[in-house]
Design a protein around this ligand. Sequence first.
Ligand code: KG4
Ligand code: ZN
Length: 345
Amino acid sequence: MLVLGLESSCDETAAAVTCGGRVLAEKVRSQIDLHQKYGGVVPEIASRAHLEAVAALTRDVLSEARLKLTELDGLAVTQGPGLVGALLVAVSFAKGLALATGLPLTGVNHVQAHALAPFLYTQEPPPPNLQFPLAALVASGGHTSLFFAENYLQFKLLGQTLDDAAGEAFDKFAKLLGLGYPGGAVTEELALGGNPGAFSLTRPMLKDGLNFSFSGLKTQVMGLYKEHNLENEPASSQALKDLAASFQAAAAEVLVTKLVSAVKKTGACGAVISGGVACNRVLRKEAQTALDKIGCPLWAPKPVWCADNGAMISFLGQKQLEKKHLLLPLSAEALPRWPVDSALA
Ligand code: KG4
Ligand code: ZN
């Protein structure tokens, strides 16, 4: 089944054509340059930039896949969660395409799509032991959630953040140090030369069920920053590298510990880490080590598919279209808040 997937939930416009998990063509246009000077995503700027990009990206992926719109079998679009004005751009555009072509259109939950990114490939399909049920951790700028996925469509929420998302914590950490937005990759870079044991940070809610809390970590970091007079340190100083490494180690330990608990609790056949934070090499390494210890395979998509992309939308869209699940009428709205469990309704 050939499906075009469109994504505009936050600050990346993305389009892709997939067939099964195979990605035939994909494009992502990031808006980071537009939002950087504001230190975060400005919703109106995001919507306008999506509007300028969505048609061109669609044309580009179709031409790269050497397909005409009419040769597709279906359309998929991120219906939520996300910024309402941003979501509406791809949702409205996709409805227009559906109206013009008569193709079926399905609305995809962005967070659920992140969890299925390990199924994407360009050359070699994933190994046959990538099997359900899976315990999936999605850690991004807006979400930190743990799921038990029985199959592509049946997801149960096991736990989620009670305050900041993990990516948000990285973004706030970087903002405090004046490292710019988004903060994940720059924090990881700074932490490279740091000692993760230099500052002792407590691991919030580590032994406390499967929910997360990251706002306390941010408060601890702010306290240490003031206490050690780090305001005047140059960004390249050893103390800031140590702080970045200590923060990253704490965040990674919490995420990995909960993922391991989720696997043990559910008896899942495999574990997934996805979402932008799963680009983090320390997190990936720690997760691999911990899951190896309990003999559970870990599936971490390559970084471009951990971050926001159209291929994951197209892939889950195809699974939904096959089951005639969540077909969007032309009257459908964007869903800025859409818990994954209710994607099953
Ligand atoms: O999944 P994503 O691209 O967009 C959302 O759906 O939010 O995730 C973006 C988030 C940002 O908060 C960013 O700082 C974080 O992922 N991120 C990272 C890394 N790369 C991106 N966090 C930690 N380490 C990284 N290397
Ligand atoms: Zn995302």
